[in-house]
Design a binder for this molecule. Structure first.
Ligand SMILES: [Zn+2]
Length: 468
């Protein structure tokens, strides 16, 4: 062997070694990647859904909300978060103590009920649902039974006039006035009860009624004291028929509207270098009154709880703050009031807010997993995180992870207060939640694996910002 060949062989071996090292390093970055992808225990998150939904509805200002908030705080503590605590904020809230609705057949003459006919009873939360800040109505005798009238055009004042001292039924159709506008119009025209007829909505579930609030940042005296509820398509059809055949409506409503405490739960993963700076992750823990709110928003709440457990084991340079909010359904009160109480700190130190609201995907109905952000600079990181996650766990590819810019001021959830104050935000949503705001929003439709996807993307992004 000549010396030249020896050197060539030697060089070739060196080249092979370098190339192999290069391929190895490349594979390493492919596998581990640029971002730290956090874990997520979906089974444990599902168990949290089970525990929280078994409390029942967690309407803001009720004992249910308080119990839920205490459970969340305990999980934050057990996870090892720094300064896990609850903050209370006094807010005008409501509670439905009871509500009953029936129809009574009257005799054609004499204005008395027909003693031969039994009243038709309707089932609370199934056939009808009280709307937020509804007034009360105490039934004490026949004279309180109400005549019914239909308002076909809510912009026609003549029809409202005809509804004075009666129960007015309005079909809920697209493009019509909001709950708040209708409520006040009914009050202005001396209507005795306001009823929304659920039509052309939620065909899948048989047009069952949903609970909606009226968004009014005001005191109790400014709310009309008239019963306000929504009825299913069937019940509304029944009422319209009853209206034409001497039937009257019998109502008994007891709704408390008063100032009460709603809760915000907070805990920190403390940063090692600049602990005063933080990224925030949150979701609302309150629900509507007429169901356990498994998807809206126990889903987001348990995502935050599981992220607390995962992130507590990281050691970021800046802090990561975890929050769950009360008062969301009545007007984003928890996040608004938390912001007002800590404004200076939030404006100075909060670097990003990431929100979870109904981030559950029901794969039998759809696979969209929208992750919406307010600024373009975070998109490339989140997309890279998502790619890295999928390369580790290709089975998550069944979700259509859709990370994009969106004007989040147009979607009512707790990210709004941050965005209005020029803090960049992201908000994770889901797909197929037909049971929204009904008694059927139960654990049956929760897919905890889907929570892990948005949870890990936002959780890993929060860690990335905190560590930068
Ligand atoms: Zn919600």
């Amino acid at each position: 062997m000549t010396k030249k060949i020896k050197i060539s062989v030697f060089l070739l071996i060196i080249i092979i070694i370098i190339a192999a090292a290069g391929v190895y390093a490349f594979n390493q970055t492919q596998n581990s990647g640029k971002y730290r992808i956090i874990s997520f225990d979906a089974e444990r998150a599902y168990n949290d859904v089970d525990i929280l939904t078994s409390i029942g509805p967690r309407l803001s200002g009720t004992d249910g909300e308080y119990q839920g908030a205490v459970y969340i705080k305990n999980q934050f503590e057990e996870a090892g978060l720094h300064n896990a605590h609850m903050e209370n904020f006094e807010t005008l809230l409501y509670e439905v103590n009871f509500a009953s609705v029936s129809m009574i057949q009257y005799l054609p003459l004499g204005n008395i009920p027909n003693p031969m006919e039994n009243p038709i009873e309707y089932e609370h939360t199934v056939d009808f649902v009280v709307q937020g800040y509804s007034g009360s109505y105490e039934w004490s005798g026949y004279s309180d039974d109400l005549e019914m009238v239909e308002i076909e055009d809510d912009s026609n004042d003549g029809q409202w006039q005809d509804a004075q001292d009666k129960a007015a039924i309005i079909s809920q159709e697209a493009g019509w006035a909001s709950n708040t506008e209708l409520f006040f119009k009914a009050s202005d025209f001396g209507v005795s009860a306001l009823i929304l007829h659920r039509e052309n909505n939620d065909e899948e579930l048989g047009h069952i009624p949903i609970s909606k609030s009226t968004g009014l940042p005001s005191d109790k005296s400014s709310y009309p004291d008239i019963p306000f509820f929504m009825v299913s398509e069937d019940m509304g059809d029944d009422m319209k028929e009853g209206m034409r055949s001497q039937m009257k409506l019998r109502l008994d409503f007891d709704v408390t509207v008063e100032k009460r405490d709603t809760w915000v739960v907070i805990g920190d993963v403390r940063g090692s270098e600049k602990p005063e700076k933080y990224v925030m992750l949150g979701g609302h823990h309150d629900t509507v009154y007429n169901g356990p709110g498994a998807v809206d928003n126990t889903a987001g709440t348990v995502t935050v709880i599981e992220l607390a457990r995962q992130l507590a084991r990281t050691n970021p340079k800046r802090s990561i703050r975890l929050a769950t909010w009360g008062g969301e359904e009545e007007g984003l009160w928890g996040s608004r009031k938390y912001f007002a109480a800590h404004e200076e700190d939030v404006l100075k130190n909060c670097m990003f807010y990431l929100n979870f609201d109904m981030n559950n995907v029901d794969l039998e109905r759809g696979n969209a997993l929208p992750i919406l952000v307010s600024d373009n600079s975070s998109i490339k990181h989140m997309k890279a995180i998502s790619r890295q996650l999928l390369s580790k766990e290709p089975e998550l590819d069944k979700y259509n992870i859709d990370i994009r810019f969106y004007n989040l001021l147009t979607i009512g959830s707790d990210h709004i207060i941050f965005l209005r104050n020029n803090i960049q935000v992201g908000s994770a949503f889901g797909d197929g939640s037909w049971e929204y705001h009904t008694y059927l929003d139960t654990i049956d439709h929760v897919n905890a694996e889907s929570l892990s996807v948005s949870g890990r993307i936002f959780g890993s992004y929060a860690l990335y910002i905190a560590d930068k």
